[in-house]
Write a protein that binds this ligand. Structure first.
Ligand code: KG4
Ligand code: ZN
Length: 305
């Protein structure tokens, strides 16, 4: 990797407690060209020497996806180079392989982000089969919504994790939904916190954060290990913003050790959204002979599998 630049919009959206689509697209319009300039300067490369141009084509906010894809398509056409439309979720899914031999071995992949929670059976690059997905809130969304109820900042995941460190995770008994059935569900957990809150007095923040985090981690770890056993793979991977969570990383790593699965996670800076993971996915796809048409449209609901 020669350069990785991020123009974070967290401070702007944080004032509103979540992402404001109109604000996001305006920011993309202003910052995407500046980022391109910053990245090429940091990498000390000339755009004319770039082998291919890639952008996220979905899933996500249409008005933001359109800006990135238009820039990448324009560059590809202008310099006569291939264009690659990359699925945002594939970017997450491949990110645990960024620091290795780049061989995408068969694995069970847990993607946990603000918009998605899913487990995927991965056969290799581009070979993905959906196993479980959330039927309501994504894990990150549950962190964000519960943080908001508790008056904590946005995004909620890091805030809850911070308070959870000094808390007693056994103090509040919160639900672990769909442990033994298909798919994931986190809205019951969120609602349980909502009903519990008005009854609480005194100092409860750290214990509630720890109990909530534990409930989510319990579900993710138990279901992922059960899936890995069922599909008879050697490797378990985890990616997406929630996989920054140290408790999740530690518990999943320990469970994999115990059950003799190899475990790979992305480095924390690669877990939350970034362009490097999209470039990485694009470079693997380019090497494997994939290309996209510049007429390929963005798709806000693009599926991975
Ligand atoms: O992958 P990501 O950056 O964006 C999406 O594709 O959605 O994930 C963002 C999500 C947010 O919901 C945020 O609260 C959560 O990841 N997150 C965390 C942590 N860091 C970020 N959740 C739990 N613990 C964390 N340390
Ligand atoms: Zn993401």
């Amino acid at each position: 990797m020669l350069a990785s630049e991020i123009a974070s919009q967290i401070a702007e959206h944080g004032k509103f407690g979540g992402v404001v689509p109109e604000l996001a697209s305006r920011h993309h319009l202003v910052y995407a060209p500046r980022l391109l300039e910053r990245a090429t300067r940091a990498a000390k490369i000339d755009l004319a020497n770039v082998d291919a141009f890639a952008a996220t084509s979905g899933p996500g906010l249409a008005s933001s996806l359109m800006i990135g894809a238009s820039i990448a398509k324009g560059l590809a056409i202008g310099f006569g180079k291939p264009y690659l439309a990359i699925n945002h979720l594939e970017g997450h899914l491949l990110s645990p392989f960024f620091n290795g031999d780049f061989q995408i071995k068969p694995n069970i992949s847990l993607i946990v982000s603000g918009g998605h929670t899913m487990s995927i059976q991965v056969g290799g690059l581009g070979d993905y089969r959906l196993i479980d997905r959330t039927v309501d809130d994504a894990a990150g969304e549950a962190f964000d919504k519960v943080a908001k109820m508790l008056g904590l900042g946005y995004p909620g995941g890091p805030e809850i994790e911070k308070h959870a460190r000094s808390g007693d995770a056994t103090r509040f008994d919160l639900p672990r939904s769909m442990l033994d059935s298909e798919n994931f569900s986190f809205s019951g957990l969120k609602t349980a916190v909502r009903y519990l809150l008005p009854k609480l007095r005194g100092d409860f923040l750290a214990d509630l954060c720890a109990s909530f985090q534990q409930a989510i981690v319990d579900v993710l770890v138990r279901k992922t290990i059960a899936t890995a056993k069922r599909y008879d793979v050697d490797l378990v991977t985890v990616s997406g913003g929630v996989s920054c969570n140290e408790e999740l990383r530690r518990r999943l790593c320990d469970a994999c050790d115990r059950e003799r699965f190899e475990f790979k996670s992305a480095e924390p800076w690669l877990c939350t959204d970034n362009a490097a993971m999209i470039a990485f996915a694009a470079s693997l796809r380019l090497d494997a002979g994939f290309k996209s048409k510049v007429t390929e449209e963005i798709d806000p609901n693009l599926a991975l599998a």
